[in-house]
Design a protein around this ligand. Sequence first.
Ligand code: PLP
Length: 392
Amino acid sequence: MEIYLDNAATTAPDPEVIEAILPFLTTHYANPSSAHAAGKRVKEAVDQARRTVAHWLGASPEEIYFTAGATEGINLTLSGAIQAYDLNHAITSRIEHKAVLQTLKRHEKEGDIETSFVKLDERGNVDLYHLENLLRANPRTLIALMHGNNEIGNLTDIHAIAVLAKRYNAVFFTDTTQTVGKEHFDLQDAGIDFLVGSAHKFHGPKGAGFVYINRKHQLKPLIYGGGQERGQRGGTENVIGIVGLAKALEISYRHLEATRNKVSKLKQYLVSKLAISGIEGICYNGESKSVENSVPNVLNVSFPCLGTGSIVAKLDQLGIGVSGGSACQGGGASHVMQALACEANKENVRFSFSKFNTFEELDHVVEAIVRIYESDPAAATHKAWKRIASWA
Ligand code: PLP
């Protein structure tokens, strides 16, 4: 039995999404730029997808541009805003996705901007007082702070940041890759200048995403070409991806509360099972254990190091897919875990859930983790093992 608990990395395409895509692989394959009827039909599907995305986000269709995913959208909006407004300063955090950090680094190297990193508390939450001080000291600033963190699940108060951005005349980009389709948005008057989404994070196809560019902005294209996406992104549209993205988003928002309930119960169930597993020294990173302050689908757990090997690798051998970074046996912790200064002798495992996971799967996963500790060569001296052995 294979168990997939890596849904923050990518999700399984929803069967309804696959069904919606199929006609665009078989019958409706014309180029949406073609003037004939077949082309017009496909163009209408792309336009409808744009209206769907705009509808669920409280935006207008003119503010939605399709891309090949969040990384492209991040490059487009960050680079576009720096150039368009001659911004010379960016504020970000050490726990942003690499797509944000590397894009800003490039602009810093090229002498376009200086970057400040906002202070985070020990759980990775943005210090809004520090953010305000940075904004006060730096006019012409681009804020790049994410909504939901992909490793530790922290939810950032983007509404409070939008208020500060407005007060100090800053441009506000937020990476919403982990929250689009999972949290409500009403972008009209939200004070957010740019945000991004990626279909494969909410049961859509890979390689399809979008950016929201508030109507007051006009950015230079990242990709020049045939004028598609109203000149913002050249190249024949990924019609399959776009149709799949819109369908996946629609399904996500139609069932938002039910999915959120289920996924958040899965998270709480795993926490409760780990608490009685007998493994000592487990702790939770960032806000991931909190129901209110984190995305429901991410739980980042620190486990005591094994004598040999890593839990992530051993779970993989047992058919259980999770993500993680290890500080054990000299393994490298991720840049996010390093920024949080987590305990050095622990291995981080990110469990990330979806609507397709079950409670039985989690029973199986906890049993597997207990077995991994039982069979660890260091078990005899391992505190955790002693507790487990005493059960027998
Ligand atoms: N930003 C965040 C927070 C992510 O989790 C990811 C995906 O891992 C990305 C950006 C990049 O998304 P994509 O795979 O669509 O380029």
